[in-house]
Design a protein around this ligand. Structure first.
Ligand SMILES: NC(=O)C1=CN([C@@H]2O[C@H](COP(=O)(O)OP(=O)(O)OC[C@H]3O[C@@H](n4cnc5c(N)ncnc54)[C@H](O)[C@@H]3O)[C@@H](O)[C@H]2O)C=CC1
Ligand SMILES: O=C(O)[C@H]1O[C@H](OP(=O)(O)OP(=O)(O)OC[C@H]2O[C@@H](n3ccc(=O)[nH]c3=O)[C@H](O)[C@@H]2O)[C@H](O)[C@@H](O)[C@@H]1O
Length: 445
């Protein structure tokens, strides 16, 4: 099948490359000239495990090419995927301007019947609008355009593996024939296919992200209660997860969810509900809980030190999760801004996201090339992302390098009991803090 993919971000690029890998001929199109230049050189503009190798292999085998020219890109394609961004507007609604632009460009350039497949996360009813835009703008009115909503469920950091091992592929369409074609295209992935109406498919995407975000905020609330009542949230989550109806996934307490999707999609769903005269109270609370949760390490540090003014603090992990260089809505942004406002000096380190972080973090931050460099002569460490390099870092080095070995861990990377043996004072989430007996001031109780 000849396929065009519009938008080569995390979703479009991974989709295009994986479709090429299962044998289709794919042209990836983007308005961003730098991205396309890099891709033509076989370089991935984003950090995603395994992606660059797969790009190079499929280019060599002539199944994958890249262009800035929409007309050249969709010229021969009978299937056109839309995977452009749908970021948040100021009021939380989804900004659909890139979708609108893509639809108009498609309409102006198509020369034969096509199936349009929407991968982007879009509010319920948007695919109907895409269809209307294309019908309005198409030059040759005899061309047939069918629409399929095919929401994406991949996670950053494991995008390729998720594409090949997803739990389901949702295909929403009111055209049986178009749905059959998209089912056929996806067959080699050998993933269960679930066919729905267009609007149900659009809703499945928002409902899934909102539900996962709800699980995280729920366990974070339980973790706050655990701290007050001397229970251990990791044990509680494990015990809850053994019930198959609850499941073990997405019950890791921490400093809240970030990233390009949960914050944006939960806000958008609240707005979608509002527009349908429905007050989505549960989801509003999920969002509020998450905002509060991002502040918990700062609160713990302020309680521990009285004031952060004049302290030197290392922040380990800046990306919103491990295995990505994505800084969108990363917890490190509000946390570091608040540390700086409180008068602390911040030394930051991320194994991959330092460069992207420099663009969004306050200019006062000093970026370091290693964990050792970041923690040297610091008064405490904040761990914000559970990168393997950070989790596996030799614990004995903290007391050696730091002024005083105090760790605030927003990702529960370590067993608190183990830290005492290394003479580290340890504050994590939803578990009791561990202090060195000799240093334990009575006010800390
Ligand atoms: N990032 C993720 O892990 C996931 C994202 N999604 C959804 O997929 C969509 C895309 O997300 P990302 O890939 O993260 O976005 P992104 O921001 O990484 O990439 C979007 C790309 O589209 C390009 N673009 C914008 N307008 C264009 C146009 N008119 N013609 C051609 N290219 C254009 C941009 O230059 C950019 O390269 C969003 O709706 C998002 O909610 C869904 C599942 C996972
Ligand atoms: O729509 C999207 O963009 C994607 O959003 C998420 O994927 P992603 O944002 O890449 O990453 P997740 O692994 O879901 O993590 C999101 C955030 O939740 C946090 N999280 C996750 C799990 C958990 O138990 N606790 C927790 O705090 C992570 O640290 C991270 O900040 C969903 O998992 C994907 O299915 C979806 O396709």
């Amino acid at each position: 099948m000849k396929i065009a993919v519009i938008g080569t971000g995390y979703v479009g690029l991974v989709t295009g490359v994986c479709l090429a890998d299962i044998g289709h001929r794919v042209t990836c199109i983007d308005v961003n000239i730098t991205k396309i230049r890099l891709l033509r050189e076989g370089k991935s503009p984003i950090f995603e495990p395994g992606l660059q190798e797969m790009i190079q292999r499929n280019m060599l085998e002539n199944r994958l090419r890249f262009t800035n020219e929409i007309n050249a890109g969709i010229d021969q394609a009978s299937i056109i995927y839309i995977a452009v961004g749908t970021p948040s507007n100021e009021d939380g609604t989804a900004d659909l301007s890139a979708i609108q632009d893509a639809a108009v460009s498609i309409a102006k350039h198509i020369k034969h019947d096509v199936v349009i497949v929407t991968k982007s996360t879009v509010p319920i009813g948007t695919n109907d609008r895409i269809k209307a835009i294309i019908e309005d703008h198409k030059v040759d009115k005899s061309i047939r355009v069918d629409i399929v909503s095919n929401p994406e469920f991949l996670r950053e950091g494991s995008a390729i593996s998720d594409t090949f091992n997803g739990d389901r592929i949702v295909i929403g369409s009111d055209s049986e024939k178009a749905a059959d074609i998209i089912e056929e295209i996806n067959k080699p992935f050998q993933i269960p296919i679930f066919r729905t109406s267009i609007r149900s498919a659009e809703m499945i995407k928002y409902a899934s992200n909102a539900f996962l975000a709800t699980k995280i905020s729920f366990i974070n609330e339980i973790s706050n209660l655990c701290e007050k009542l001397d229970a251990d949230v990791t044990e509680v989550a494990q015990g809850m997860g053994m019930d198959k109806r609850i499941g073990t996934h997405f019950l890791n307490a921490g400093i809240g969810y970030g990233g390009s999707c949960f914050p944006k999609d939960t806000n958008a769903l609240v707005q979608i509900a509002g527009n349908a005269n429905h007050e989505f109270e549960l989801l509003k609370s999920v969002i509020e809980v998450n905002k509060k949760q991002q502040k918990i390490l700062i609160e713990k540090a302020k309680k521990r030190f009285d004031s952060l003014d004049g302290l030197t603090i290392a922040v380990l992990g800046l990306a919103f999760k491990p295995n990505t260089d994505d800084m969108r809505e990363a917890a490190s942004i509000p946390v570091i801004s608040e540390l700086i406002q409180s008068g602390a000096r911040v030394l930051a380190y991320d194994p991959i996201a330092n460069e992207n972080a420099k663009r969004v973090l306050p200019k006062e931050v000093t970026f370091c090339k290693s964990i050792e460099e970041a923690i040297t002569k610091t008064d405490c460490v904040f761990i914000l992302t559970e990168w393997p390099e950070i989790v596996q870092f030799e614990l004995a080095k903290y007391p050696l390098f730091m002024n005083r070995a105090v760790i605030f861990d927003g990702r529960n990377c370590f067993d608190p009991k183990k830290l005492l043996a290394y003479r580290i004072e340890y504050h994590s989430v939803g578990r009791s803090s561990t202090y060195l007996e000799v240093l334990k001031p009575s006010i800390l109780k």
